[in-house]
Design a protein around this ligand. Structure first.
Ligand code: GCU
Length: 337
C-alpha cells in the first residue's frame, strides 16, 4: 500500500471541507448506506489528547467519505490494552487500527530503532524532514512484513527526564536513580548508559509508581507529563530533550484486505490528513501543557549545553549496538539536520 503516493493522500482532503470532530462524535453526515465494516481503533491516551482527537477526526473522515459504510470506533485510555498487547492483536487482525509509540513497536521491529536513537534529531523540523521523506516512507513500508500497514506518522515531540525528589542537573545526578521506561530495550539501555536503573512499566502505571516512590523518575513529553498528571508527583522537569519518539498509526493487513482498493486509498488518505491535523494539535498542546505544569508547581529547567554533551557521549555507543548494520542510514538521517 505504500505505493499510494503522499500527494494522492492529500488530494482527497479538499473534498471533505472542514469536518473537524469534537472528540465524541463520529461523523457529520448521516449515513446513507448500510454499515459494511465496523473497525476498532486502539489508543492509549485520554479523550482530549492530540493523538486521540486526531483519531476521532480520522474516523469521521472515513465514515463521511464512505457514506457511512465504514465505521471506526476509537477506544481511548488503553481500553483495548497496553501498547504491546495491542500491537500483537493488530498483527493478528483482532484489533483493526492502533496509534502506538514507535518505542513499543521497535520491540517487534528492531530495525525501526534507527528512527528513535537518542539525540538523533537536532529539532522537530529535522525529524519531520526525515519522516516526511523517503526514509520515513521506506520505514513505514517495513511494517508490511509483520502483517501491519503503517499509515502515517504522528508527532510526540521530545522526551525529557522528570524526577520526584531532586532535579537532574548533571550526569552524576542520574546515578542509581530508578527511571521508568517503556517496554523498549533501546530505551532501557539508554537509561543504563546514563548511569541510572531502568524500570519497565506500562504507561498507566507510571503515576502510581512515582507516587509510591517505587521509582524516582520517568521521561516523556510535556503533553503526557501534563495529561497523566505526573507533574504532581515528579515536579522536577529537566528539558534535556534526549529523544524524539514519533507515534505511528497502524492498520492490520488483515483488516486492510477486507476493503476494496478504492476504500484502501480513501482510508490511507484520511490517515495522512489526520496526521497533518495531529501536528497542529500537538504544537498547541505542547505549549499549553508546558504552561499548565508550571502553573501546577512543576520546576522546568534547561540542561546546560556542556552537560548535554556528556549525555550525548554516554549514549552514542548505542547507535552501533542497536543499528550497527545501518550506520549509513544514520548518516543519511543526520545529514538532513
Ligand atoms: C507517550 C506515547 C504513548 C506511550 C507513552 C509511554 O506518551 O504517546 O503512546 O505509551 O509515551 O511512555 O509509554
Amino acid at each position: 500500500m505504500h505505493n499510494v503516493r503522499r500527494d494522492e493522500f492529500i488530494k482527497g482532503s479538499a473534498a471533505l471541507g472542514t469536518a473537524l470532530c469534537c472528540g465524541s462524535c463520529t461523523a457529520e453526515t448521516e449515513p446513507t448506506q448500510e454499515v459494511e465494516h465496523y473497525f476498532r481503533y486502539a489508543e492509549n491516551q485520554s479523550e482530549t489528547y492530540p493523538t486521540t482527537v486526531a483519531a476521532y477526526y480520522f474516523a469521521a473522515l472515513v465514515e463521511t467519505r464512505s457514506e457511512g459504510r465504514i465505521k471506526i470506533i476509537v477506544y481511548p485510555a488503553a481500553a483495548l490494552g497496553d501498547e504491546s498487547s495491542v500491537i500483537e492483536q493488530v498483527q493478528l487482525g483482532m484489533i483493526d487500527f492502533a496509534r502506538v509509540s514507535l518505542g513499543a513497536l521497535c520491540q517487534f521491529i528492531p530495525f525501526l530503532n534507527v528512527l528513535q536513537l537518542p539525540f538523533l534529531y537536532e529539532n522537530a523540523a529535522h525529524m519531520w524532514r526525515v519522516l516526511d521523506g523517503e526514509i520515513g516512507d521506506a520505514c513505514l513500508s517495513v511494517l508490511s512484513d509483520y502483517n501491519l500497514c503503517g499509515m502515517s506518522w504522528y508527532d510526540a515531540g521530545a522526551r525529557s527526564f522528570y524526577t520526584t525528589k531532586n532535579p537532574i542537573e548533571t550526569l552524576e545526578d542520574l546515578a542509581g536513580l530508578h527511571i521508568r521506561v517503556q517496554e523498549a530495550s533501546l530505551i532501557s539501555d539508554m537509561i543504563t548508559a546514563l548511569g541510572a536503573q531502568p524500570t519497565t512499566l506500562v504507561f498507566d502505571e507510571v503515576y502510581a509508581s512515582l507516587q509510591s516512590e517505587e521509582i524516582d523518575g520517568a521521561e516523556n513529553n510535556f503533553p503526557s507529563y501534563d495529561s497523566m498528571e505526573h507533574y504532581k508527583v515528579a515536579p522536577y522537569f529537566c528539558e534535556d530533550e534526549h529523544i524524539r519518539i514519533p507515534e505511528i498509526q497502524l492498520i492490520s493487513k488483515t483488516s486492510l484486505a477486507k476493503l476494496s482498493e478504492s476504500d484502501q486509498i480513501m482510508m490511507l488518505a484520511a490517515a495522512q490528513e489526520s496526521a497533518i491535523y495531529e501536528r497542529t494539535l500537538w504544537a498547541e498542546r505542547e505549549t499549553t501543557s508546558r504552561e499548565t505544569v508550571i502553573k501546577g508547581g512543576a520546576v522546568v529547567y534547561p540542561l546546560p549545553a556542556a552537560e548535554r554533551a556528556r549525555f550525548v557521549d554516554a549514549v552514542t555507543p548505542l547507535y552501533k549496538t542497536y543499528c550497527g548494520e545501518d550506520l549509513d542510514l544514520i548518516a543519511a538521517i543526520q545529514a538532513q539536520a
